[in-house]
Write a protein that binds this ligand. Structure first.
Ligand code: ADP
Length: 163
């Protein structure tokens, strides 16, 4: 049984993330989406809501039965070991992602060389989507439905109105 982990902050989950999830699900028997607690990053959405949004999105996928969503509290490699994962999957957009991912992969593969880290290239239509820019556009009153689902767009609207 091949178990893969797709870790991220998912603050919030975007169409770019969903594309990676769909493709990653084809590579493993079970895909665990690890939603990073990341308190130090001060996420816009609390962990509970990020988990709930990812779960809602996953339900719409044909591979839903082979995907589980879990909070990722600490170190990625510790989580991966606890979950008996064989592989970690990350998405790569532009050169800007590469530098960071290159360093992280170097560190992580020393922590546990048994777990492979695999990168999936973002598809061109979602290359430019980032949770950070989605939040920026939504905060400034822009329409984000091209980048996130309607549910997530509504959640952004509600959170911004409350802020
Ligand atoms: P992190 O805090 O780990 O960067 P993110 O939620 O921003 O968390 O991203 C999780 C993973 O998804 C990362 O590997 C990131 O590069 C990838 N990713 C984010 N947006 C996209 C996108 N539009 N297309 C493909 N991969 C993406």
């Amino acid at each position: 049984m091949r178990i893969g982990i797709y870790p991220g902050t998912f603050d919030p989950i975007t169409k770019g993330h969903l594309d990676i999830i769909n493709r990653a699900a084809k590579l493993v028997d079970q895909l665990i989406i690890g939603v990073a607690v990341n308190e130090n990053k001060a996420p816009f959405f609390p962990l509970d809501q990020r988990l709930e949004m990812v779960e809602e999105e996953v339900k719409t996928l044909s591979a839903a039965d082979s995907i589980v969503v879990k909070p990722l509290p600490g170190l990625l490699m510790t989580f991966a070991e606890e979950q008996n994962a064989n592989v970690i999957i990350r998405g790569l957009r532009a050169v800007s992602d590469f530098e960071y991912e290159f360093q992280m992969t170097g560190m992580n593969s020393r922590l546990n060389p048994e777990i492979e880290i695999v990168f999936l290239m973002a598809v061109d239509k979602y290359q430019f989507i980032s949770s950070r820019l989605v939040k920026e556009v939504a905060t400034l009153g822009g329409d984000v439905k091209a980048f996130v689902s309607e549910t997530v767009a509504d959640a952004l609207k509600t959170a911004i109105a409350k802020a």
